[in-house]
Design a protein around this ligand. Structure first.
Ligand code: CIR
Length: 253
C-alpha cells in the first residue's frame, strides 16, 4: 500500500495516567515528546504529509491514534474502542478524517481497536481481543466488503492487540511472533519470525518501502535487513511503558 498522509496526536502531560500492563515504570513527558517528534520526522522522511493534532488533555491514551480508526483508500471507519476510558477519543479523530474520506462508525455493542486490524492489500486480518469483539469485526468487515475487501478473524492469543505481534513488512510478507505464525489465517503469506525475547519488535512499521523498527532488537533487525529495504531505528521506550509502539502512534493513508 502506498501512503501519502499520516494523522498523529501529540502526547499530553497526563500520558502516565493511560492504561498499561507493562510494568516498565512511569513514562517521562519530555522524553516522550522527543520520541514523538523523532517519529513524526521519520514519517515525513518516508514521504508522508503528517497532520499533528494537539494533545487531548484528560485522555491520556489519545496519542495512540491508530486505535480510533481504520482508514482505507475508500473510507475511514471510526472505531468504538474497546476500553471505556478511550471511547471519547474518536470524536476529534472523526472530524480530522472527514476532510480526507467518507466516515462510517462502528456502533455499540460492537467494539474495535485499530491496533487489531491489519490491511494486507484487499484482505483484512482482524484480531479478536479484549478490545475488539466479534460484533465489531462483523461491522467492520461488512463496511469493507462493500468496497471489495475480504476479511478474516483470528484470536489475539498474546499481547494487547494483533499488531502488537504481527505486521506487514512487504506486500506478501508478515513479521510475526511465534504465537501467531501457524494460524491458518496467516497461511498465505511469507513469514519472518520474531524470537520470543524480541517480541516487542513485532510492532514494526512498513511505510512506502521503508521499515521503521524499535531500537534494541538485533536478531529481528538482521532478519529484516535481508529484505533490502531502508530501516529506520527509533527509540519508543517511553510509549512501551504504556503498552504502545510504532504502529499505534499514527494512522497512515
Ligand atoms: C491502551 O492500553 O489502549 C494504550 N495504553 C496503548 C494502546 C496501544 N495501541 C496499539 O497498540 N495500537
Amino acid at each position: 500500500m502506498f501512503f501519502t498522509h499520516a494523522l498523529t496526536r501529540r502526547p499530553g502531560r497526563d500520558l502516565a495516567a493511560g492504561l498499561t500492563t507493562a510494568n516498565l515504570g512511569v513514562p517521562d513527558y519530555p522524553a516522550a515528546l522527543a520520541q514523538f517528534d523523532a517519529y513524526v520526522d521519520a514519517l515525513t522522511g518516508c514521504g508522508l504529509t503528517v497532520t499533528v493534532l494537539d494533545a487531548l488533555e484528560g485522555h491520556p491514551d489519545a496519542h495512540f491514534v491508530e486505535d480510533t480508526a481504520v482508514v482505507t483508500p475508500e473510507v475511514a471507519v471510526v472505531t468504538n474502542p474497546g476500553a471505556a476510558a478511550r471511547k471519547a477519543e474518536v470524536e476529534t479523530i472523526e472530524t480530522a478524517l472527514a476532510s480526507f474520506r467518507e466516515t462510517v462508525r462502528i456502533k455499540s455493542p460492537g467494539t474495535v481497536d485499530g491496533g487489531d486490524v491489519l490491511m494486507m492489500g484487499k484482505h483484512v486480518l482482524i484480531g479478536l481481543s479484549d478490545r475488539t469483539n466479534a460484533e465489531g469485526a462483523l461491522q467492520l468487515g461488512n463496511v469493507l466488503a462493500d468496497f471489495g475487501y475480504t476479511w478474516a478473524t483470528l484470536p489475539v492469543a498474546a499481547g494487547l492487540h494483533f499488531k502488537s505481534s504481527v505486521n506487514a513488512v512487504a506486500d506478501d510478507t508478515l513479521l510475526t511472533t511465534e504465537t501467531f505464525a501457524d494460524h491458518p489465517a496467516l497461511a498465505g503469506y511469507h513469514k519472518i519470525l520474531v524470537v520470543p525475547e524480541e517480541a516487542y519488535a513485532g510492532n514494526t512499521l512498513l511505510i512506502n518501502g521503508h521499515l521503521i523498527m524499535p531500537i534494541g532488537f538485533p536478531d529481528t533487525r538482521k532478519k529484516l535487513q535481508a529484505l533490502g529495504k531502508p530501516i529506520i531505528m527509533l527509540d519508543t521506550c517511553e510509549f512501551r511503558k504504556m503498552d504502545g509502539g510504532l504502529t499505534c502512534l499514527s494512522l497512515r493513508f
